[in-house]
Design a protein around this ligand. Sequence first.
Ligand code: PGA
Length: 263
Amino acid sequence: MAVAARTPLIAGNWKMNLDHLQAVAFVQKLHWTLKDAKHESESVETAVFPPFTDIRSVQTLIDADKIPFALGAQDLSVHDSGAYTGEVSGAFLAKLDATYVIIGHSERREYHAESDAVVAAKVKAALKHGLVPVICVGETAADLEEHGASAVPVSQLEAALEGVPASADIVVAYEPVWAIGSGQAATPQQAQDVCAALRGVIAKVLGDEAAARTRILYGGSVKSANIASFMREPDVDGALVGGASLDANEFAAIIRFEKHVGV
Ligand code: PGA
């Protein structure tokens, strides 16, 4: 497959952590830490995914201080508006300058019974409102034992991409469920094998051009000590980081993986 220049994406999924005041303090600290380290923001894209209640405050800060971070949400409604108590429309997120939205995280699949059909509908809702879906796929420990590593993520991605146009701007995140929050990351080779299989799905469904330009992230117990080993793999274009994205120094060190990728 043709090698395309894909800008690495390091994405911080805060989950249900940090209120809006803590969020502002955190984003300022992360920005200063990267500035102090003379990090070149063009070489690696940084994105933060705060809870809904923080997004307006973080947007205002990023805008006022010209902080080079992209903003994303952790979920969205399949609907545009209407009688859907508690739901948040992609239209509202777009108005807040959100670039990305995480869809189909394993915690939503598990605790909110999000099926492949719901995930596919959310991908369409995101694209409709000009948001880039970060489509999460990954196998459980039982799936791994029963079907191997790739089968479940591949079928989840095939379902999520149904009806998506070839020109769509998407991000895919491979997150083995057994690696999330466990301290037990996949090996770089495991991540590479599944990410390569996922790129094959994109090629089959959306075409070679889409496969060459689409970023595929690895997620699951990523930290500063292991990020470089993942980023050395040809089909891993970044990371979706949970726990380690809540510590500004640690997350800055992950964003600066280029400094230790050769080590
Ligand atoms: P973790 O979470 O980095 O804490 O393992 C990753 C995720 O759930 O996106």
